[in-house]
Design a protein around this ligand. Structure first.
Ligand code: SF4
Ligand code: SF4
Length: 88
């Protein structure tokens, strides 16, 4: 996980604000890392800010808060993110 510099206007999901929005999910974004170019578009566009960057700069999704909207899959230029039916 990376730390953003102070002043970067990104909100973080937090318990209690909208709750654990991951329970809303019908479709689950799955990252195919063999297609990922580390462009970070998914990180910037995620509407819940549930995508972090690991130290190797690959994105990682926090499924506790990801609500499955599919924005990340839409903006990914290499189709590395696949929306798959959630199994609960
Ligand atoms: S589907 Fe993608 S954009 Fe939507 S909340 Fe989950 S990680 Fe973020
Ligand atoms: S948008 Fe796609 S290619 Fe870019 S970092 Fe995210 S998963 Fe990787």
């Amino acid at each position: 996980m990376i730390n953003l510099p102070p002043g970067v206007p990104l909100a973080r999901p937090s318990l209690g604000s909208s709750g654990q929005t991951g329970t809303w999910r019908v479709l689950r974004p799955v990252i195919h890392y063999n297609k990922c170019t580390k462009c970070r578009l998914c990180f910037f566009y995620c509407v819940e800010n549930t995508i972090d960057l690991e130290l190797n700069m690959f994105p990682k999704i926090d499924y506790q808060y990801c609500k499955g909207c599919g924005v990340c899959a839409q903006v990914c230029p290499t189709a590395a993110i696949e929306m798959m039916r959630e199994v609960k």
